[in-house]
Design a protein around this ligand. Structure first.
Ligand code: ACO
Length: 323
């Protein structure tokens, strides 16, 4: 059977850092409040004129370099974003052009903070059914552009960034033993739309709009949905929480990550946590964390990595990966 192996990963963060102390000059907040409620200490913010596609292309080039693969070998680009450069064409197509690729397919996936897992699932399924051999999966966001910088309850939470993984088709007859994406699990429930959404769009207001969130309600749903998705990924592969080497959660809030670790009975030593430095970068947060932990040698070949995310919609999703 054909499966997808992760053969490279990479990430990019804009140079400009805004610390919590700087946030106190923008809204009525304190470093203590932000750290205690979220674990966030700073966030990276894209420069004027620096777009989601610019962050994505940097992450893509680093990913290709880490894999030792040429851009012209890519058959498919799936880019997860809720902050595309333009309403259309897809940001993925801009990345494709800047990589010098003129064949294959490139498109965006929109599932907000679950977007990277959704994009991974799409690419994995293209590979499993034999339609493509090499797929680039990117999560890239400039959430700073859709924040209401007067709303202290949301603007302190988010940052900009991009991360990516490169998938290659491998032939294997040991589905749960081989180094590959073992399974992906996607969910959505549109009834929760009003708890987390952007109040604009081309069809509704003809404006970009700004992020609106009922943070306490999102928090209330998050731990159960996310831990359920992790349990689902483990059960699908005949594994238990003890088998997890690394849990790489979407980085929304340190308290959500810690509560999930307690519920799943996974040691916090096994959680990859970047929220303190990156804040919530939506679809970019998981590949940013993967690139950091694979790059510094924490995630090693053969280890079991479980990723999970939840975002507006609601959407929520998980994947089990034998790295
Ligand atoms: N600084 C200081 N005080 C603040 C700030 C701030 N930045 N923001 C809110 N407060 C105040 C509120 O006004 C409120 O004051 P009041 O009691 O006088 O009314 C008080 O702090 C408590 O506010 P809550 O909203 O109840 O605070 P809570 O403990 O719930 O923390 C938070 C808020 C951090 C947003 C939390 O609810 C959370 O993280 N929720 C989950 C959000 C999340 O994960 N979002 C991402 C989902 S993924 C996606 O798709 C984008």
């Amino acid at each position: 059977m054909i499966r997808s192996q992760i053969v490279g990963c990479g990430a990019y963060l804009p140079k400009r850092i805004i610390t919590n102390d700087e946030m106190t000059r923008i809204v009525d907040t304190t470093d203590e409040w932000i750290v205690a409620r979220t674990g966030i200490r700073q966030r990276h913010i894209a420069a004027d004129g620096e777009f989601t596609s610019d962050l994505a292309i940097e992450a893509a080039e680093r990913t290709l370099a880490s894999a030792g693969v040429e851009a012209n070998e890519i058959d498919l680009i799936v880019l997860a974003t809720a902050t595309p450069d333009n309403t259309f064409p897809a940001t993925a197509v801009k990345v494709q052009a800047r990589l010098g690729i003129t064949r294959g397919a490139a498109f965006d996936v929109q599932a907000v903070c679950s977007g990277f897992v959704y994009a991974l699932a799409v690419a994995d399924n293209f590979i499993r059914c034999g339609q493509v051999g090499t797929a680039l999966v990117i999560g890239a966001e400039t959430f700073s552009r859709i924040l209401d910088w007067k709303d202290r309850s949301t603007c302190v939470l988010f940052g900009d960034g991009a991360g990516a993984v490169l998938l290659r088709a491998v032939e294997t007859d040991v589905p749960n033993g081989a180094r590959c994406v073992l399974s992906t699990h996607l969910h959505s429930d549109g009834r929760q739309h009003d708890l987390l959404f952007v109040d604009g769009g081309p069809s509704s207001t003809q404006t970009v709009g700004q992020l609106r969130m009922s943070g306490r309600d999102v928090f209330r749903h998050a731990v159960g949905l996310l831990s359920g998705a992790v349990d689902e990924a483990l059960a699908a592969n005949g594994l238990s929480a003890d088998d997890i080497d690394w849990l790489v959660p979407h980085q929304a809030n340190k308290r959500i990550i810690d509560a999930m670790a307690r519920k799943l009975k996974v040691s916090t030593d096994k959680m990859i946590c970047t929220i303190d430095r990156h804040a919530n970068t939506s679809a970019a947060s998981i590949p940013l964390a993967l690139a950091e932990a694979a790059g510094d040698g924490r995630i090693r070949p053969g280890q079991l990595v479980v990723i999970e995310g939840m975002g507006g919609g609601f959407t929520w999703a998980s994947a089990a990966i034998r790295w």
